[in-house]
Design a protein around this ligand. Structure first.
Ligand code: PEP
Ligand code: MN
Length: 356
């Protein structure tokens, strides 16, 4: 249940509401946060009877009460019907990028899996910009399956990302793996990436939700996470005070080893039914095979994705991380073009009324 608090409320009215909530919830956990600049209180409404609900609605401090039937609440469409529009980067310099909302063209995020060197990152950044991508990706801290694999350049990598942004004007996204590193990564990155392996790292979700730089967060789907678990992970970030969450479908573990993961594109239209958060698709990790990336990029847009995230390397075969699924800047250029064409086609379809 989500209670929106009146804009002008006296201390007395506020205290009255608090006292009532303590009584009717039996001190059950309530969370108070801001949503679209309005104060809201969120609690598990399934425990309340009709009388309690009526008493809450009648409080002077209360503007409205929305009963949300799902466990995830703030991220649900039941609470907020219109799609969230997330602003990335610096609005003052005019270099901001919008993800989500209605009628936007899909955003393409591209760059290497890992920041490997200054030269590799700057060259790739210039090439992905020329290819038409709007945001640069690059991992400085890499969550690797084996401790003997390249773990990323760490802070040094963050410096190169900053330099790449200055050089190209592209906002940058990079992964943060631990709560203690959120502020330092947020100082450099325009979007914080929370990786698959950390989707349910709750202290990390909270820390990203509270980051002092107010950076949006891209939350990748856990390796074998259900959609509900994923939305509840997003709820942690939003309930901690950060409404700017982008969901990223990157494939889930399956029995078949032909592809690295099973890219679940049916989650895209489903998520648009369940949540107002934007959804982007990662065909690189979703397939693990570069030859499948162009087709699955088109398919992602056709499924209604608000954007794509793609791994690009100037020389994929020599990449220190995920070379098998990385495409070249030339291939990226075609994908960007195809994504635009696919989007125009989709707009044509949605604006057409069908006569049976
Ligand atoms: C990545 O984006 O390079 C990455 C590690 O992704 P995931 O968390 O989806 O495996
Ligand atoms: Mn990768």
């Amino acid at each position: 249940m989500i209670i929106t608090i009146q804009n002008q409320v006296s201390n007395e009215e506020r205290n009255q509401l608090e006292t009532l909530l303590e009584q009717v919830t039996g001190n059950h956990k309530t969370v108070s946060t801001l949503m679209d600049e309005r104060e809201v209180i969120v609690l598990d409404g399934s425990r309340l009877d009709k009388q309690a609900l009526a008493a809450i609605s009648q409080q002077r401090a209360v503007e409205s009460v929305v009963e949300v039937k799902t466990q995830y609440q703030l991220v649900s469409k039941a609470f907020k019907a219109e799609s969230s529009r997330i602003v990335i980067g610096d609005t003052e310099s005019g270099q901001s990028v919008i993800i989500g909302g209605s009628n936007t063209t899909p955003v393409v995020i591209a760059g290497p899996c890992a920041v490997e060197s200054r030269e590799q990152l700057l060259n790739t950044a210039v090439a992905v910009k020329a290819a038409g991508a709007q945001i640069l990706r690059g991992g400085a801290f890499k969550p690797r399956t084996s401790p003997y694999q390249f773990q990323g350049l760490g802070i040094e990598g963050l410096h190169y990302l900053k330099e790449a942004r200055e050089l190209t004007g592209l906002p940058v996204i990079t992964e943060v793996m631990e709560p203690e590193m959120v502020e330092i990564v947020a100082e450099y990155a325009d979007i914080l990436q929370i990786g698959s392996r950390n989707m349910q790292n709750f202290p990390l979700l909270y820390a990203a939700g509270r980051n002092n730089f107010h950076r949006p967060v891209m939350l990748k789907r856990g390796i074998s996470a259900t959609i509900e678990e994923w939305l509840l992970a997003a709820e942690y970030i939003v309930s901690a005070g950060n409404p700017n969450v982008i969901l990223c479908e990157r494939g889930i573990r399956s029995f078949d080893t032909q592809t690295r993961n099973l890219l679940d594109l049916s989650c895209v239209p489903l998520l648009h039914e369940l949540t107002h958060l934007p959804v982007i698709v990662d065909p690189s990790h979703g397939t693990g095979r570069r030859e499948l990336v162009p087709t699955m990029s088109r398919a992602g847009i056709a499924a209604g994705a608000d954007g794509l995230i793609l791994e690009v390397h100037p020389d994929p075969n020599s990449a220190l991380c995920d070379g098998r699924q990385s495409i070249t800047p030339d291939q990226l250029k075609s994908i960007v073009r195809e994504a635009q064409i696919m989007n125009q086609l989709m707009e044509g379809i949605t604006h057409h009324s069908y006569v049976a």
